[in-house]
Design a protein around this ligand. Structure first.
Ligand code: AGP
Length: 594
């Protein structure tokens, strides 16, 4: 690593920068250099070895940058010491420019003459190429061509009275002094002058003047992957039905380009993969349907990811005091990325140094900007207040993240292959359920007289039971509750009678027999039962009142399929009751208030 330092203010710059170089010498002492601007004149000194003061009394001026070098690209010699200059532009740099060779070749073809063997000198040449009177603008354009890491400071007599700085991966701070500003690689070079500092973030630039500073954030241009017709109802009566009918496509788009043979490729996790590998616990945080997706993720992370996981409601965890540390990661699950309770919880986790990631649908939303990485669900716009396709996208993405984490731990290639192979088939299986929607509507018509419903599920399908209850209650205003099947006998069974039907999620999985027992408990109290069951399960048909079949799949993927009939069930119920399906009373699509 190297040390960079600079000063601009009312005082003579040389003593401050030389002092800073001495403080930063621990970062690199192969060579050092300093330049001082005095109006049009520039004093430049570069030496190999440790810092020696040689009575540079003539180094007058109030703008200066300096550099302690630990040689990375280019040997230890005076010409490779920073600052590097070209055509009146002086640069000091901490970092690695990975594509400097290609850039240098292009510049040489344009007639540029290079004086050093370093990667850094390329920056001075690029700035010179882009310069048209404004130094920060030229630097911004130059840095767009660079691949790699940098913490740089740039000065020029061609746009004097400023230092332009920029950061990507290499640390840079600004010291706010009474008489000016100091830029440095770390606080050790500013502490003699100020304790007020600003830390630049990746992608940020700043322009320092003697009496002001301006931080420039290069906003990433993101492409919304929506088509204009995607925010129209098309031929559907309601957005909600349109969005449910898109659920098979959502699974396809959420997995598109992300499924490998025995792993997944999630670009948004790349920069966090080391920390995820070291993580010993995953928090999953959401609200409403987002929480139920997070809760499903808890089972997925445990079962496939091989890591401890805890799901929390944003509205609760934000007021609690869990013990948090850097060995944990927190995944925030939100369609809008604007839910106030989630964002408040996000700040708590970030302040505690926890790695924060998002599973988000809305591109460019606050959650995507405030988290350190994440995975988009790619559902397209979701307009109906009741979240349906976004929920399917969320649990699909959480399934992939659990594979990612599992492959960093003890998930075998063979097991990962099995899950991924099945995940590839899920869109087709989801489509089969959607094609069966009229049968679901016919079942709904038999239950319209009831005012109370119970939803039960176990393990992966416990959160889906809660999701089904939420969908029904929020758009039909019918009372519904979701609970683990095993909890019925601990109280809720008292509610069950001929007036309170139960929807039982009972796919062929590891808790199938337990769910059958729960169904028997309900039937013994004259409760009607609608089962969501696996195709070919004729046994359950003999026990319950109605069956909605879903295609067989592996246990961990059943939530994606069991949720779809529950979304349709809620939709047709609300339709029959003539509710305002897309805009149910008292609610809003995105709860940006607390
Ligand atoms: C779900 O159908 C509801 N509209 C509501 O629970 C919603 O999921 C919740 O407000 C969270 O919204 P978000 O996903 O945009 O954060």
């Amino acid at each position: 690593m190297c040390g960079i330092i600079g000063y601009i203010g009312e005082k003579q710059a040389y003593p401050i920068v030389i002092n800073g170089l001495k403080k930063l010498e621990y970062r690199g002492y192969d060579s050092y250099g300093i330049c001082v601007l005095d109006n049009e004149k520039v004093f430049l000194k570069k030496r190999v070895g440790q810092i020696l003061e040689e009575g540079e009394s003539e180094f007058n001026g109030c703008v200066s940058i300096g550099h302690d070098r630990w040689a990375s690209t280019g040997g230890v010699c005076e010409k490779n010491a920073h600052p590097h200059e070209y055509n009146g532009f002086y640069v000091v740099h901490n970092g690695i420019i990975e594509n400097y060779k290609e850039l240098k070749e292009d510049l040489i073809k344009k007639g540029h003459i290079f004086n050093s063997d370093t990667d850094t000198e390329v920056i001075a040449h690029l700035i010179s190429e882009e310069f048209n009177g404004n130094l920060e603008d030229a630097a911004r354009k130059a840095l767009k061509k660079i691949i790699g890491s940098y913490g740089i400071a740039v000065v020029s007599p061609k746009d004097k009275d400023k230092i332009v700085i920029a950061k990507m991966s290499s640390p840079i701070i600004i010291g706010i002094c009474k008489d000016g500003h100091i830029v440095a690689s770390d606080p050790s070079a500013v502490i003699d002058y100020t304790k007020q500092i600003i830390t630049l973030d990746d992608g940020e630039m700043a322009v320092l003047r003697k009496d002001s500073y301006m931080i420039l954030k290069e906003k990433k241009i993101e492409t919304i992957d929506w088509e204009s017709d995607s925010i129209s109802k098309g031929d559907y009566a309601h957005y909600m039905l349109k969005e449910i009918m898109e659920e098979s496509k959502v699974i396809e788009s959420a997995t598109m380009g992300r499924l490998l043979d025995n792993n997944v490729k999630l670009g948004g996790l790349e920069s966090s993969k080391e920390r995820l590998e070291e993580a010993n616990k995953i928090f999953l945080i959401g609200c409403g349907t987002g929480y139920y997706a997070a809760k499903t993720g808890e089972y997925l992370m445990e079962e496939i990811g091989g890591i401890d996981a805890e799901a929390h409601m944003g509205s609760e965890i934000r007021y609690r005091n869990p013990r948090l540390d850097r060995n944990e990661a927190a995944i925030f699950v939100s369609q809008s990325g604007e839910t106030a309770d989630n964002l408040a919880a996000l700040k708590k986790f970030k302040d505690a140094g926890v790695l924060t990631l998002g599973v988000t649908n809305a591109i460019g939303s606050t959650q995507t900007r405030e988290t350190e990485g994440g995975v988009y669900t790619r559902c397209g716009p979701e307009i109906a207040v009741a979240s349906t396709k976004a929920f399917i996208g969320q649990i699909t993405v959480l399934t992939m993240i659990s594979i990612f984490l599992g492959r960093q731990r003890n998930l075998s290639e063979k097991k990962a292959e099995e899950v991924i192979k099945e995940l590839r088939d899920i869109p087709f299986k989801a489509e089969l359920i959607l094609n069966n929607r009229e049968e679901i509507n016919n079942i709904v018509q038999k239950y319209l007289r009831f005012k109370d419903f119970w939803f039960i599920g176990r393990k992966f399908n416990y959160p889906i039971a809660m999701e089904g209850a939420l969908k029904l209650k929020e758009i039909s205003y019918i009372h519904a509750e979701g609970t683990p099947g095993g909890e019925l006998k601990h109280g809720p069974l008292a509610l069950i009678d001929e007036n309170c039907p139960t929807v039982a999620l009972c796919p062929r999985d590891s808790v199938y027999d337990k769910m059958l027992s729960n169904i028997e408990e309900v039937k013994a109290r004259n409760g009607k039962v609608i089962a969501i069951a696996s195709e070919g399960d004729n046994k359950i048909k003999e026990i319950v009142d109605d069956v909605i079949y879903i295609p067989k799949t592996i246990e961990a993927l059943t939530p994606i399929l069991t949720a779809i009939p529950l979304h349709l069930f809620a939709y047709y119920f609300a339709l029959a009751l003539k509710r305002d399906i897309d805009k149910p009373r008292n609610l809003a699509k995105s709860v940006t208030v607390e």
